[in-house]
Design a protein around this ligand. Structure first.
Ligand code: HSE
Length: 302
């Protein structure tokens, strides 16, 4: 039996002002995907225990094989380790693992940009639109930015500093959350808001690359996308305030939420913050502490 096994990490997209552009992978969760090559001659993508048309891993695999003209019959198994529907890049990680496994299995030799391009198509199956930020983090690992959409190009950010990542993961899920959250984002913004957002992204990127916590703190701030989605995570302002009082370097909504990402260094009192969060009314959540995760890993067995 010829198959490839792959593992891709969860991630937090946006990082405040970088909607659909910035993301970071976390080491805490990963999905495992097994792609088995059954035969050659005709294109067919099967999903073990599910509908391949609605699963991000198989949707991305199908689009990639179609586009590149590979006539193979494969069976995909997705073993979820990443909680779904909580803004942790779960759908993106499955798609990233799936395209990376196929790339190795069929010896395609695709670049990281091409893997991201195909993996992001999987997001259509889960949220209706192909956004590349989560898949970029899952494919490449570390801190990433999308630098061009046509053609799709991503870049790994040079980050100075050993940050710990705390994730506040609320105990609730909403069907079709990311699609709904994307519909809540304004279609147009004022030039004033645009200028402020560019200031923040500049400050965040410079702060990360210089290891300057004040710049990161100033930059991890968003008044456009997070604000428009606040009804989905009404506890966010209180968590944010508490985190900054406990000397978090930065705080943001993780992707489309409802999870929250806290960037921490030696000055941050994560124990104190955890106690604050556990006491908050109306918020039942897990408080997880992790580090930045690596990129997708693949093993082929022939
Ligand atoms: N950038 C995307 C969004 C990430 O915020 O909609 C979704 O996880």
């Amino acid at each position: 039996m010829t198959f490839a096994k792959s593992w891709a990490h969860s991630s937090s997209a946006n990082l405040g002002p970088g909607f659909d552009v910035l993301a970071v992978a976390h080491a805490v969760f990963q999905d495992e995907v097994v792609v088995e090559l059954l035969s050659e001659g005709a294109l067919k993508v099967e999903l073990k225990d599910g509908d391949p048309k609605t699963n991000t891993a198989t949707y991305a695999a199908m689009k990639m094989l179609e586009d590149l003209g590979h006539r193979v019959h494969v069976r995909v198994e997705v073993k979820k380790g990443i909680p779904q529907g909580l803004g942790l890049g779960s759908s993106g990680a499955s798609a990233a693992a799936s395209v990376a496994a196929l790339n190795e299995l069929l010896g395609m030799g695709l670049s990281e940009d091409e893997l991201v391009k195909y993996a992001m198509l999987g997001e259509i199956a889960s949220s209706g639109s192909p956004h590349p930020d989560n898949v970029a983090a899952s494919v490449i690992g570390g801190w990433v930015a999308v630098r061009s959409s046509t053609p799709l190009k991503v870049v790994k950010l040079p980050v100075v500093g050993d940050y710990r990542l705390a994730l506040i993961v609320p105990d609730f899920r909403m069907e079709g959350k990311t699609k709904k959250a994307r519909e809540m984002v304004p279609r147009q913004i004022s030039m004033t808001d645009h200028v402020e957002a560019v200031r923040r992204v500049s400050s965040l990127l410079l702060g990360l690359s210089l290891g300057d916590r004040e710049l990161v703190r100033e930059g991890m701030n968003d008044e456009i996308v997070e604000k428009s989605r606040l009804p989905l995570f009404p506890f966010y302002p209180e968590v944010r305030k508490a985190a900054l009082l406990r000397e978090a370097v930065g705080v943001c909504v993780s992707g489309a939420g409802p999870s929250i990402l806290i960037l921490a260094d030696q000055r941050t009192d994560l124990e104190g913050l955890k106690a604050d969060v556990m006491k908050m009314e109306g918020l039942k959540a897990q408080f997880l502490v992790t580090v930045v995760g690596g990129g997708v890993k693949v093993e082929v067995r022939k």
